[in-house]
Write a protein that binds this ligand. Structure first.
Ligand code: SF4
Length: 377
């Protein structure tokens, strides 16, 4: 047993590993959740689920997964689809780059003639958007390849089990945890073992108040035996993410509202939004709105009034967006920034994939009455 209060990176020892594997797999058999992607061995569906589960909670993913595989039941269907349809089915899940990558990978696989998910790690890992986690998860779960997965849940469990003091959000940590996970992996049933380890992190070894008395590893766990579950895993404190003040216009004209499509590369690529952008320091919201609309769309607008404020958090920054009701004064749309625009009736907006903040905004705005020129309240 490691000495109390001393992180012990060689833990668990090789002699303990068979017992840990057995106890974890026994626990998993009776405690695993019945999740839709666990009812299939179809590598495409397992891949879709793992991509969705990166950065997103299981409960959130389930309805998106059902809708996605119903609309795109296999690689060929996904490859045939227009990216706008794919984004529409991803709308609300966030991290849209995942959808772009999945779509591109499907097209590569179909175009290359195989049209199947590769069952070799190297070939699969070379596809767009496939990193170590996705490659190891799909290879182990769909094809029983002996590849250990390391995600946030796994790092937390291993940090506590082994008393590993490397901060989990440090770049070098991944290699440390990958080595530990590789040593611990049950090579006889890697898919079940990986899922069991992630499930333990999700259900028992939770970030706060882990349920150690019900844990299959409590007899070997460094953190439990040393009363150190609150101290592990370690994290480096990061600077708070910046908040950007934004302004955008709800430009109504002849019963229609103007929406623009973001460029095909970069953050939120290809998604639709109300035209706008970042405010300059010291700039008022209406002035920013007029300037941004002029710069992005070439329209001169009159700002009638502020409609709503929407807040949204991305990984590396937050935004506070003020939306203004605008009337078109003069000019024709000529884009500088966005790749496309449309004048749509409010009922037509739902057909497009919107950014998270755009979706939040149009869910709260009485667009029908705004476009008819009536004031609310
Ligand atoms: Fe996590 Fe507690 Fe289990 Fe250790 S005993 S792995 S801290 S739940």
């Amino acid at each position: 047993m490691p000495s109390p209060k001393k992180p012990h990176t060689a833990w668990p020892t090789s002699g303990m590993q068979p017992i840990l594997r057995r106890d974890l797999l026994t626990w998993y058999k009776s405690h695993q959740r019945d999740l839709p992607w666990r009812r299939t061995r179809d590598p495409y569906r397992i891949w879709v689920s793992e991509v969705m589960l990166q950065q997103t909670q299981v409960a959130t993913v389930i309805p998106f997964y059902h809708r996605f595989v119903q609309r795109f039941p296999d690689l060929a269907a996904l490859a045939r689809a227009d990216i706008q349809a794919v984004l529409k089915h991803w709308e609300g899940l966030g991290y849209y780059r995942r959808a772009h990558h999945l779509h591109r990978a499907a097209r590569e696989l179909v175009d290359s003639g195989g049209g199947r998910v590769p069952d070799r790690h190297q070939a699969f890992r070379a596809l767009p958007g496939v990193g170590d986690y996705i490659a190891n998860a799909v290879m182990s779960i769909a094809f029983d390849r002996p590849r250990a997965v390391v995600d946030g849940n796994v790092k937390r469990v291993l940090a506590r089990l082994g008393g590993i003091g490397v901060p989990v959000n440090q770049a070098a940590a991944h290699r440390v945890f990958q080595r530990t996970a590789d040593r611990l992996l049950d090579r006889g049933c890697p898919g079940a073992f990986n899922q069991a380890l992630m499930e333990l992190g999700a259900l028992v070894c939770t970030p706060r108040r882990p349920n150690c008395p019900d844990c299959p590893w409590k007899k070997s766990c460094f953190a439990f035996l040393n009363d150190a579950t609150d101290e592990l895993p370690k994290r480096i404190r990061r600077a708070p993410v910046p908040e950007h003040a934004m302004a955008a216009g709800v430009v109504c004209h002849r019963g229609r509202v103007l929406v623009v499509q973001r460029p095909s590369e970069g953050l939120l690529a290809g998604l639709w939004d109300f035209p706008g952008g970042r405010r300059h320091p010291g700039e008022t919201g209406p002035a920013a709105c007029r300037r941004l609309l002029w710069e992005a769309t070439g329209l001169k607008v009159a700002v009638a009034r502020k409609l709503i404020r929407v807040r949204h958090a991305y990984t590396h920054f937050k935004i506070e967006l003020d939306l203004y009701l605008c009337r078109k004064d003069s000019g024709r749309v000529r884009l500088d920034g966005p790749q496309a625009f449309r004048w749509l009736r409010p009922t037509e907006l739902d057909a497009l994939p919107f950014t998270g903040v755009g979706k939040k905004a149009f869910a709260r705005l009485p667009l029908e009455s705004l476009c008819r020129g009536r004031r609310r309240g």
